[in-house]
Design a protein around this ligand. Structure first.
Ligand code: SF4
Length: 164
């Protein structure tokens, strides 16, 4: 069975996508970007190893009346893509009303064929690049990172979310 390392959860974030969002942080990222906002989540060692069903239960326990969507951040959630796909499949079945955002250091072009993307609404892609830092951007830290409308982009031209 696939498991995933979870390092934390925030109930009502307003910085990881629009509205009040439940945010799940995964442990581990191999990139070591200079200026990474969550350097404590870079080591692969740490966090709590959980099954997809356990993560679903954790999400259920933390949803509030304000929850408008669910975001996966890290670390890089796509370093554990198989387990993430299982979690997202369960989530889409249980909570189809919530849109799903995923932050990753991969670019969309690198991973667009990965099965996990069928469950993702918005991908915030690419590593943080300190020399392209721009605090005016919504929901991302550097100008190379993009808010990609995944479902509209699979199989065609890349479509961006209408948020600047
Ligand atoms: S890809 Fe993201 S999580 Fe990984 S080191 Fe870079 S900024 Fe940090």
């Amino acid at each position: 069975m696939n498991t995933i390392k979870i390092s934390g959860i925030v109930k009502e974030s307003v910085v990881d996508g629009p509205g009040f969002r439940l945010v799940i942080f995964t442990q581990g990222c191999p990139r070591h970007c200079r200026g990474c906002q969550n350097p404590e989540l870079i080591p692969a060692i740490g966090g709590r190893e959980m099954t997809p069903e356990e993560v679903l239960q954790l999400i259920k326990q933390n949803i509030t009346s304000l929850t408008g969507g669910i975001t996966f951040s890290g670390g890089d959630p796509l370093m554990q893509a198989d387990a993430l796909a299982e979690i997202l499949k369960l989530l889409c079945q249980e909570y189809p009303k919530y849109n799903i955002w995923v932050y990753t250091g991969y670019t969309f072009e690198e991973i667009k064929h990965w099965p996990v993307l069928q469950y993702v609404d918005v991908l915030v892609d690419g590593p943080y690049e300190e020399n392209r830092r721009d605090i005016s951007l919504a929901f991302r830290g550097s100008s190379n990172q993009r808010l990609i409308d995944v479902k509209a982009s699979l199989g065609g031209e890349i479509r961006y979310l209408g948020i600047s």
